[in-house]
Design a protein around this ligand. Sequence first.
Ligand code: NAD
Length: 88
Amino acid sequence: MGDGTIMTMDGKDVLIVGGLGPMGSSTAHYCIYQGASVTIADNRAPLYGANDFNMRDLEGKFELMVGDIREEQFVDHVVGEPASNHGR
Ligand SMILES: NC(=O)c1ccc[n+]([C@@H]2O[C@H](COP(=O)([O-])OP(=O)(O)OC[C@H]3O[C@@H](n4cnc5c(N)ncnc54)[C@H](O)[C@@H]3O)[C@@H](O)[C@H]2O)c1
């Protein structure tokens, strides 16, 4: 912001696709520390960097949905369930 304003993510819902990988898990850590409610969608693709160890220290502080983001049904599930949990 540049004006000294401190932003938090309190009350924000964040969906991170690929959140078990290096970049996604770092982003997830940041968002959780900022107070966001984080959902990770990841299919643990064998040739990519998914590793449950990346999020082990924050177990219980985020929701993990395992599936492939290329599948429409999974996207409906990933987007629909958290939305309805939050009354949307
Ligand atoms: N690692 C870096 O230093 C770096 C730097 C700049 C940009 N990037 C970019 O950021 C992105 C992520 O980087 P990374 O190093 O974490 O990659 P990564 O390949 O290690 O992790 C990707 C994650 O996405 C998941 N994934 C892959 N396909 C999926 C699908 N169809 N549905 C659901 N989940 C799926 C994998 O299981 C894995 O957990 C990449 O596009 C990369 O090019 C990475």
